[in-house]
Design a protein around this ligand. Sequence first.
Ligand code: IPM
Ligand code: MG
Length: 368
Amino acid sequence: MGIRLRITVLPGDGIGPEVIAEALRVLRSVADLFGHQLETFSHAIGGAALREHHDPLPAVTLAACRTSDAVLLGAVGGPAFDNVAPELRPEQGLLRLRQELGCFANLRPAVCYPALVQGSPLKADAVAGANVMIVRELLGGLYFGKPRTVHGDVGSREAVDTMRYTEPAIERIARVAFDLARQRRCLLTSVDKANVLACSRLWREVVTRVGQEYPDVRLSHAYVDSCAMALAARPTQFDVILTENMFGDILSDLAGALVGSLGLLPSASIGGRIGLYEPVHGSAPDIAGQGLADPLGAVLSTAMMLRHSFQLHREAECVEAAVAAALDRGLRTRDLAGKNSRCVSTSEMGEGIAEAVCTLATPREIVT
Ligand code: IPM
Ligand code: MG
């Protein structure tokens, strides 16, 4: 039986609209094939919203998100907004949205596709088989801690950001990570800076305590600096990485480079009633509007949406298999193509994946 998928779409800035168009093309083909009814409503966020509504998260956008089943977002930000007031920055729209939706758990899987092993900056045998799930705490730490100020006279000003974590906030994200580890290889690395930061010492203590409820999951702790090194040197040793907001922001970009391109990484921000799905890459203003952007992060974010917001596991797997098939066929956007290799445009990649969805899903779906 088909279901209704009511999705608020927030294309945002830079390459956001281009990659979201392809994600929706793929989502539509999956919905059609599996007999689901896709309803999308597009709204402004970030710089685009600032231009139209003088607010990076207009009330109408937030209201639309709240009344839908899930939110698909492209990217926010760009150099045009570098000089706006801090509270009006496009990024603030995204941070407020995460907060308003209560999305405290950000899942960022980084998978090394066999077809792309040669494209990694690491040696092929070091990266082959890498499959890491970064679980980033999304509503705490330096991103939201108060006070946050700049004061004093020019020349002698002082700026303050605050890293703050509560035990309940650490506990709830730890549970998400342990539960995920159970569905994977039962390995969890909790990443902190407990040799320096009070927040990290509390983090380590609480994660260890929660870990006692998961004796089947092998828990280890790593300092963030050493984890960054190990991730770059031996990514296959990791399964689930659990970490706080800022460390997760940084480590997930590193994970993107490892698997061939940041353009590949999807994310799911969950924990509230409504999930928010967005590629990890940013707005990439330097290549916006030229058909050069890699839509795979956005496309794979729709797979995460199907899985986490709608429990449509077969549909999610279909999207993921279609991405793998398109890569196997040799389709490469510029970020994935080697020097002098032929590349396809953003929309050609989207078309290729949508076609693969049809060939992959049709025989099985007709039979079952
Ligand atoms: C990300 C981005 C955001 C973040 C920015 C755009 C606010 O870098 O999703 O990784 O820092 O969380
Ligand atoms: Mg980031």
